[in-house]
Design a protein around this ligand. Sequence first.
Ligand SMILES: C[S@@+](CC[C@H](N)C(=O)[O-])C[C@H]1O[C@@H](n2cnc3c(N)ncnc32)[C@H](O)[C@@H]1O
Length: 236
Amino acid sequence: MQQARSLGAQIKTKQRVRDLAEVYTHEREVNAMLDLVADMFPSEERPRDIGRTFLEPSCGAGNFLVAILDRKLAYVGFGALYRSVATFETAVLKALSSIYGIDIDSENVEQSRAFLRADVAQHMNLHLNTVPVSEGFWPAVEAVLATNIIRADTIKDAQRILLVEYRWQRRTGEVIRAWSHLKEPDGQLDLFGQTGDGPLGDEVPIHYGLLGDHPEPVRRQKSTSRRAGRTEGSQA
Ligand SMILES: C[S@@+](CC[C@H](N)C(=O)[O-])C[C@H]1O[C@@H](n2cnc3c(N)ncnc32)[C@H](O)[C@@H]1O
């Protein structure tokens, strides 16, 4: 797939190279490295295998993140495996939400988010053409980018970095999120282990159309409402 942005220059300034060791990886090397883990991506035999997790601990401007997303979205086509806008959008969000990036520099974080956002927009335009996306789709994209592409010092902040795992229910467009720290108290880097304080997450599935309005875990409503399973945004 054509990328939404040229990967461009590998350095911004000499000062940033000195301060951040910031030299972005060229597209050629990015692709060569991703070829080494080809089984992490969907294929003709496994076209639905779009949810394998990637974490880039110093993501820079997002060169790896977008190349990973492209390889996943190459198998998310509207009208073939995904026949409705809702199932198509769910698959795009599933692919996006399986990719995580951390960088110490806020400019890099914004660039990575923008790069991924533009990649998703290009994919939607290409596949949906004049069919509109649903109202909650872009807020959901923003919600995922906010949880998955974050500014932090991956080494010093590892026990404070909270990452959100998205567990999707393909047919309904619902998801259950689970929060956990990047590094657990025993010192192990543990993507999506349990936090020391016990699991933190949604008590009920939430439709992707509501993700933008519910950045915090949702709890099962305790009222006597007849609409069982309604969600309520709250700090867990
Ligand atoms: C060599 S660049 C690589 C960027 C990207 N991985 C790529 O291949 O294009 C290193 C990146 O690490 C980031 N960085 C440096 N120290 C970091 C730290 N302690 N935690 C998170 N990011 C860090 C810098 O801001 C810079 O973007």
